[in-house]
Design a protein around this ligand. Structure first.
Ligand SMILES: Cc1cc2nc3c(=O)[nH]c(=O)nc-3n(C[C@H](O)[C@H](O)[C@H](O)COP(=O)(O)O)c2cc1C
Length: 332
């Protein structure tokens, strides 16, 4: 395949293709990949693909913005690692709400080695739903994770044992509320257990531990075959964190997505695996209880568990050509 993609700012067409390739490796709810990109001579535009929104689990499109924020962080970081400054404007046009960001690569400069390290982690980050080793995460790594959230204007509050126990109850409550909703189940099943050849949705091989009502952490189950060999996640998972924002506007959610991805890549670079526990932020009433649990000042955006799990295979993506808006489609 030859590239007909236009150069953007300082980047030649191969570099544009490579930074977009990094962007599409971002995580997204149910692997919907709800993003589109347009290349103009001066900038890369990130658009929400609202046809890929999830009307039941994400009626407010908050998680769509988190997912697109993660893609934006990858894009910015990959541009930075190529030696260009990714000047980024969020939500630039009020009359075009689906245009989420414009990134203008310009002003060549020496890359920051910490961001180069995060760029290197982009293809190695995969959601890992397997049980994690019990070994505690060193405090210095936890500090780096907190810092990663803060640099992107979000917060990763410390949770004590009492709060973690309550959070497990909230996960349990929201998980069962979702399973009792036939519309949720139909939407989740639609994106689950995709076979070979599918480039979106969550494949069976990405399933990890089975949900168990025994006081541990309950992960959403993307497996189609129940098996005790898949294990369970007990209450002593090494680290469970909440990423929160001070407000809950679309701008905050887009920023929280960038913070989430910076935390995830910082974890990957530190040799940690991660998976998501988003049930308690998806069920509105439970999200309110979680907000109270955090002291009432933060809007919880995502819950992550971190540790060291068994190696997992990657979950497929659509190609760059599939997510380009005209006129910059790649020619065959
Ligand atoms: C906002 C958001 C919420 C998510 N929630 C969950 C979740 O509750 N449970 C889960 O197992 N995975 C969750 N995921 C992970 C996605 O399923 C995963 O990113 C996607 O399948 C792509 O796989 P990858 O992360 O391995 O690249 C979430 C991802 C995002 C961005």
């Amino acid at each position: 395949m030859t590239s007909a993609i236009t150069p953007v700012g300082l980047l030649d067409s191969d570099q544009v293709k490579s930074v977009l390739g990094a962007a599409v490796l971002a995580p997204s709810t149910h692997n919907t990949q709800p993003w589109r990109f347009r290349c103009t001579p001066v900038g890369l535009e990130l658009h929400a693909d609202t046809e890929r929104a999830l009307p039941v689990v994400d009626a407010g499109r908050r998680e769509l913005l988190l997912s697109c924020g993660a893609a934006l962080f990858n894009l910015r970081t990959a541009i930075h690692a190529l030696g260009a400054h990714p000047a980024t404007t969020l939500l630039p046009r009020r009359d075009e709400p689906d245009l989420l960001a414009v990134v203008r690569p310009f002003a060549a400069r020496k890359p920051d080695p910490r961001l180069v390290e995060l760029a290197g982690a982009i293809p190695r980050r995969h959601t890992n739903r397997t049980p994690f080793e019990k070994a505690a995460i060193p405090p210095s790594v936890v500090t780096r994770l907190r810092h990663a959230a803060e640099v992107e204007q979000a917060w990763l509050p410390r949770l004590d044992a009492v709060q973690l126990a309550r959070l497990r109850e909230l996960v349990n409550k929201s998980h069962h509320a979702q399973l009792a909703d036939p519309a949720f189940v139909a939407e989740w099943r639609y994106w689950t257990g995709r076979g070979r050849g599918s480039r979106d949705g969550v494949p069976d091989h990405a399933a990890g531990a089975m949900p168990a009502d025994d006081g541990g952490w309950i992960l959403r189950d993307f497996g189609t075959e129940p098996s005790p060999r898949r294990g369970r996640i007990d209450a002593s998972d090494p680290l469970v964190v909440v990423i929160g924002s001070f407000d809950d506007t679309r701008l905050d959610q887009l920023r929280a997505g960038q913070a989430m991805q910076r935390v995830l890549l910082t974890a990957t670079a530190a040799g940690l695996d991660a998976s998501f526990i988003s049930q308690p932020v998806e069920v509105g009433s439970v999200r309110g209880e979680l907000r109270d649990l955090l002291g009432g000042g933060l809007w919880p955006q995502i819950v992550l568990r971190l540790g060291r799990g068994k190696p997992v295979a990657w979950t497929p993506r659509r190609s760059v050509a599939d997510v380009l808006l005209e006129p910059d489609r790649l020619s065959a």
